[in-house]
Design a protein around this ligand. Structure first.
Ligand SMILES: NC(=O)c1ccc[n+]([C@@H]2O[C@H](COP(=O)([O-])OP(=O)(O)OC[C@H]3O[C@@H](n4cnc5c(N)ncnc54)[C@H](O)[C@@H]3O)[C@@H](O)[C@H]2O)c1
Ligand SMILES: O=C(O)C(=O)C[C@]1(C(=O)O)C=C[C@@H](O)C=C1
Length: 361
């Protein structure tokens, strides 16, 4: 692939554009908001200039409701040899396009399983898709050349291609993405009017559970509107667990010992099923879940502290696999948890101590 057009230069479009540009592809940027294209171009994602002729691939990264219309316009204009979208739902846009009577041999629906709770080109990064699944939903009449262009995009973004049927994809993401978004929002919603004395106690647990509750509601209303049935089905299962857990907790309040025993076993059951589900969440690069060891380092809340700690880990020859930051409420300090393969943890701890960092056991 030598040339591409990205239509919709928000978080996903700009991230793909940054990755392609970094690998030598000439990327033309389009968005209906000129300020957004300008920001994406200023970040080095590509050029605002229109291409001179058809490009190899057009990547449509607009909200789901605008996908079919935007693709149709691009196809009628002969913008590219191949066309794809990256929307979080696949069945609806596909049916809309079919209803428009377009020749869909040059189109493939795709979905990178990676994102953020933030929108727009400023949140974009070239490595957003690295090691993450990127779903491709080819139809029976999709051109092989177009499938190959999509595979090339996935490879250039260092993602992992997964081929699926569009409706099977929508049922799968109802389980692993759309329902979790709603549950996260519902837990976070409890905090909206909560007493400040309670909110001040927020620790890492609630931060983990509510990160995606900061997502853009308008985008999510669109995603959920395009996948309501499968999401309602999964959420009904969550609702039944909720109801049983409420009953179990009420039993735990009882004076009757048998009832308390039943209550405890009900609560334990949901927690154990949670353990079993969590153990199935794949690790980095789609492999099995990896057990990393954590090296916890205290840092002061000053510019450059994180960069310094990563540089010191790099100097010690240690690859930091994942990182978490816990901010101490009301203090100018935090705890950085560096996750590394178990064999590297002792060497990292020693190197960081030697460089003056305070470690927490
Ligand atoms: N955010 C995520 O985590 C995530 C992950 C994977 C896929 N997606 C999908 O990617 C797509 C883009 O999401 P995002 O998070 O980048 O959103 P975003 O809000 O960051 O970007 C969307 C961009 O599309 C532009 N736009 C809207 N209508 C347009 C039109 N008709 N023509 C041209 N530009 C138009 C907007 O101005 C905006 O810049 C959505 O379909 C979403 O479902 C999102
Ligand atoms: O990590 C996040 O912030 C996301 O919400 C990303 C996430 C997801 O659920 O995994 C959200 C929606 C997209 O369609 C794909 C990825």
């Amino acid at each position: 692939m030598r040339t591409a057009v990205v239509i919709g230069t928000g978080l996903i479009g700009t991230s793909a554009a940054l990755a392609l540009t970094a690998r030598g592809v000439t990327v033309h940027l389009v968005d209906h908001d000129p300020a957004v294209v300008h920001t994406a171009a200023a970040r080095g994602a590509g050029t605002e200039e229109a291409p001179e002729g058809p490009v190899d691939l057009a990547i449509v990264a607009v909200p789901p409701a605008y996908v079919a219309g935007t693709l149709a316009e691009a196809m009628r204009g002969g913008v590219a040899r191949g066309y794809l979208d990256v929307a979080s739902v696949k069945g609806g846009p596909k049916r809309e396009l079919e209803a428009m009577g377009l020749d869909l041999t040059s189109y493939i629906g795709t979905h990178p399983m990676s994102g953020k709770e933030r929108s727009g080109p400023l949140a974009a990064t070239a490595d957003l898709f690295e090691g993450r699944p990127w779903v491709l939903t080819p139809a029976r009449d999709t051109d092989t050349e177009v499938l190959n262009l999509a595979l090339e995009l996935v490879a250039l973004c260092r993602a992992v291609p997964v081929v699926m049927d569009a409706d099977a994809h929508d049922r799968a993401v109802a389980l692993v993405s759309h329902t979790p978004q709603l549950v996260s929002s519902m837990v976070a919603a409890r905090l909206a009017d909560a007493d400040e004395t309670a909110v001040r106690l927020c620790g890492q647990g609630i931060r983990d559970v509510t990160r995606i509750a900061a997502s853009d509601p308008r985008m999510w209303v669109e995603i959920l509107s395009a996948n309501p049935g499968p999401v309602a089905d999964v959420l009904a299962g969550v609702a039944s667990d909720l109801e049983e857990t409420v009953q179990a907790l009420r039993s735990l309040q009882s004076a009757d010992e048998d009832k308390r025993r039943d209550g405890a076993s009900g609560v334990e059951d949901v927690l154990r099923r949670g353990n079993a589900g969590r153990a199935r969440v794949p690790g980095k690069h789609g492999g099995g879940p990896t057990a990393y060891e954590t090296v916890a380092v205290l840092i002061s809340d000053q510019p450059g502290e994180l960069a310094r700690i990563f540089a010191d880990a790099g100097r010690a020859g240690v690859n930091v696999e994942d990182v978490r930051i816990e901010h101490a409420t009301g203090q100018q300090a935090g705890l950085v948890q560096l996750m590394v393969v178990p064999a590297a943890a002792p060497a990292l701890a020693t190197a960081l101590r030697e460089r003056g960092w305070a470690l927490r056991e």
